[in-house]
Design a protein. Structure first.
Length: 102
């Protein structure tokens, strides 16, 4: 029995994700991945670049920036909740600490 993956709301993903970087897969040469990092630079998850690019609908498919923007949009709507659990806990602890000190 497979469990359905739950995704973060887009607005929350925007608050947490700091960068998406295209990299070579460590174990598979010639395979590109898109690694997602939080705003503190911690790796959260990664996606197969070809799969994401196949889903992306860039405004101008010949423009690299347009393609990257479209790919990031696809990823931001598919960030799994499990990838963010540590980040969410850290944010809650910081908010609690600030409330205590305030």
């Amino acid at each position: 029995m497979s469990e359905e993956i739950k995704f973060l709301p887009y607005e929350l993903a925007l608050q947490i994700v700091g960068n998406v970087i295209e990299e070579e897969h460590i174990h598979e040469p010639n395979r590109r991945i898109l690694t997602v990092y939080d705003k503190q630079g911690k790796e959260l998850c990664w996606y197969d670049a070809e799969e994401i690019l196949a889903e992306a609908k860039p405004d101008n498919p010949k423009d690299k920036d347009s393609v990257k923007t479209a790919a990031v949009e696809v990823i931001m709507r598919q960030i799994p909740v499990w990838a963010m659990e540590d980040v969410l806990k850290r944010m809650e602890q910081q908010a609690g600490q600030e409330k205590k000190e305030g």
